[in-house]
Design a protein around this ligand. Sequence first.
Ligand code: TXA
Ligand code: MG
Length: 332
Amino acid sequence: MNSDWNKSKTEISPSIAKAVQALKEGGVVAIPTETVYGLAAKITSDSAIRKIFSTKDRPFFDPLIVHVTSVEQAKTLVKEWPQSAQILAEAFWPGPLTLVLPKNNSVTDLITSGLETVGLRCPRHPMARAIIENLGEPVAAPSANRFGRTSPSTAQHVADEFKNKVLVVDGGPCEVGIESTIVKLNESHSTIDLTLLRAGAIVPEQMKTALENCSHKQIIFHQPGRNIEAPGQVKHHYMPTIPVLSINRTTWDSFNCSIENVNLHLGASFLQPCFLNLNSSPEQAARELYSELRKCSTPPHDVIVFIKDSHHQGEYWAALLDRLNRASTYSL
Ligand code: TXA
Ligand code: MG
């Protein structure tokens, strides 16, 4: 871990000063992070937190992630800070990893939707960090999109999503492009149990390696079960404004690569498919994913076609495919 990261204060620009003032007054502000843009509010004001839910049309059963700038700040929000949290934070904070741990009373039920746990993330985008540091308290921030819709990876995406009604701090295009990995930690005297609640840029293999190098406890990694533990991980999510068809290459070939044949199979009548072209590097593909989905959603297109290829393998691709599966109306 770079020992300076939780000390350094970024020079405060007018846009950051304005954002901090709005947050202090109990407003919501869209802020850049390295994953996606977040819709932030200070955690000490219930009315500010309610504005996040109303702005997004988000149901209250879907809990928010709390963003901090240091391990010290994270510790003020939880009952205990286990060894596994310390190891993972040292390895991956600041960065795209959210740790779910039992909360203490400084986190309201409104933020956690009544759960006994809280999701904690320490973003590395310098503007997000400057905003939280200058505010002097953590912010809750879901992705800055209407509930169920495609997440924003540029300031323009947020402006379009909320029709310019939300103050947006422009921090450029997001470096990672998909939301953070979420992992729930459960530690006993002899074991560390991790449950992957959402796949992301920090992949299970990296977490296992970090833990195995630093702990003698047995490490048990659970993939999420059928019961969705992250309440926001509903089946349909990330949806663009037109349907997405996700199709395996072999199936596409068996339809002679023809949308008319797919139409016959589905009983659909798509005329103007847009083929989602993703970079062969999953890191680059993640960066471009939400912009590409938006570009494809424009007229005259009436369906987005994603062809799943044999090279879409591995843990980083799994994080992208998770988004695409949830965004898809049809999977063949
Ligand atoms: O990269 C990110 O994590 C972005 C940026 C803005 O930081 N934030 C983000 O927040 O993706 P959101 O609200 O769009 O997604 C958070 C997910 C939801 O699926 C929610 O259900 C889950 O995290 N979550 C939050 N707190 C939880 C908890 N205590 N237990 C289980 N799941 C939780
Ligand atoms: Mg979201």
